[in-house]
Design a protein around this ligand. Structure first.
Ligand SMILES: Nc1nc2c(c(=O)[nH]1)N[C@H]1C(S)=C(S)[C@@H](COP(=O)(O)O)O[C@H]1N2
Ligand SMILES: [Mo]
Length: 402
């Protein structure tokens, strides 16, 4: 998996991030994409009238968010409400967009179901319909912009209802595997030999998770049919889990007895982390499942002399106890929960009113604590996590107050 950062305009030797930062520090705001009035041109229409963005110095003001077919990240400084519009929802996939014949679409239930069958989209939709607000991020999402994250209202049917339609699972089933329409011919390594295999994007859930009430098959986002980007016509959504679980262009559901160890389950998406056990460093390799407790500073706005910090959180659905913000070397200050974001599996917004910041550069960081007393790790607490997935540590940001 490659970098999930926004694509910057190709930098010339003199136009690096550091350079932008230096220009900002020198007060050359126009050069950094700020208009003469001191108002960034990309001020949010949705921010309170007269509110302006306080520029971050850890990303260029004119960072380029032009999407490619395989990568679209959200400019999180422009978040304008709890629901991410479908055309701004981050998207990524590993084999490009497959061609799915929507008119003749069939979802196949194979393997250890009592009655193997295939369903049209209308069949699936006839099983029932419910809405759920679910936010998720790619497990590769990380700072400073955290753009591989989104929050939407999904419409679909519980997975277990669909499994029941196939007569339920045979008792031997231990996992349920989900395959997308996308894939490729690949050389799969095994003991130093390579085998040509047609690989489909696949992920599995334990039968216990698959039969739990939450996972569902979705055909709509924010009231509109899924677009190709979002996995039309049908995708899996596993609330509280990292994005990789949410198999798009879903074609086949296959309960099986064996552990599924396909590439996107067992190899590409895993965390390798060292932990000291009795004074000895031990290495653990784990799968990517529930989202870890995370918060991040999305933006700072100024309205008159009033400065406000917006913090966004995501986790596995455990209720939250508090969110706090720290400025420079100050003490942690409580942030206020936004009443518009109370969904269990959705983004939660918190705001912190920053009293009288002095002109100049400041560092801001947020931390979230859940109802079990679990605290978001310190910025350097995950140093022994050598793969960048699950980067949920506190993420300091720098802003320039004028
Ligand atoms: N079929 C298929 N589903 C997929 C993927 C993929 O490559 N193929 N990528 C996964 C990953 S890694 C992420 S982060 C999410 C992204 O979902 P989105 O594009 O709707 O934001 O889709 C997941 N589902
Ligand atoms: Mo991902």
């Amino acid at each position: 998996m490659d970098q999930l950062q926004p694509r910057q305009p190709v930098p010339s030797a003199s136009d690096t991030l550091l350079e932008t930062r230096r220009r900002l520090l020198k007060g050359g705001l126009a050069a950094a994409g700020i208009s003469l009035l001191g108002v960034p041109e990309w001020v949010l229409p949705v921010m309170a009238q007269g509110a302006v963005l306080v520029p971050f110095t850890d990303v260029p003001a004119d960072a380029n968010f032009t999407p490619t077919p395989d990568r679209r990240t959200l400019d999180t400084r422009r978040i304008d409400g709890p629901i991410t519009p479908a055309d701004q929802f981050f998207t990524l996939q590993h084999y490009g967009h497959p061609t799915v014949d929507i008119a003749n679409y069939r979802l196949t239930l194979s393997g250890l179901v009592e009655r193997p069958l295939s369903l049209t989209l209308a069949d699936v939709r006839s099983l029932g319909s419910q809405d759920m607000v679910v936010g998720f991020e790619c497990s590769g999402n990380r700072g400073p912009l955290q753009g591989a994250s989104g929050n939407g209202r999904w419409t679909g049917v519980p997975l277990r209802t669909v499994l029941e339609r196939a007569g339920g699972l045979k008792t031997a089933a231990r996992e349920v595997v989900f395959f997308g329409a996308d894939g490729a011919e690949e050389e799969v390594d095994w003991r130093g030999r390579k085998f040509p295999v047609t690989v489909k994007f696949g992920r599995s859930l334990s039968t216990e998770k698959a039969l739990s009430p939450e996972p569902f098959l979705a055909w709509a986002l924010n009231g509109q049919p899924l677009t190709t980007h979002q996995g039309a016509p049908l995708r899996l959504v596993v609330p509280g889990w990292y994005g990789v679980a949410n198999v798009k262009w879903l074609m086949e559901i296959r309960p099986q007895q064996e552990r599924y160890v396909g590439k996107w389950q067992a190899r590409e998406y895993r965390t390798i982390k060292g932990e000291m056990v009795d004074g000895v460093m031990k290495w653990y390799e784990t799968a990517i499942e529930e989202m870890r407790l995370k918060s991040w500073v999305a933006r700072v706005t100024r309205e008159g002399t009033r400065h406000r910090v917006l913090v966004v959180t995501l986790n596995d659905g455990t209720p939250l106890r508090s969110v706090e913000v720290k400025v420079d070397n100050g003490s942690w200050q409580p942030a206020t929960a936004d009443a518009s974001t109370t969904e269990k599996y959705g983004w939660r917004f918190y705001t912190y009113d920053w009293p009288n910041p002095t002109p100049g550069e400041h560092t801001l960081v947020s931390r979230v604590t859940d109802a079990n007393g679990q605290v978001q790790p310190e910025p350097d607490a995950l140093a022994n996590k050598v793969t960048f997935l699950e980067s949920h540590q506190q993420a300091p940001r720098t802003v320039m107050v004028s």
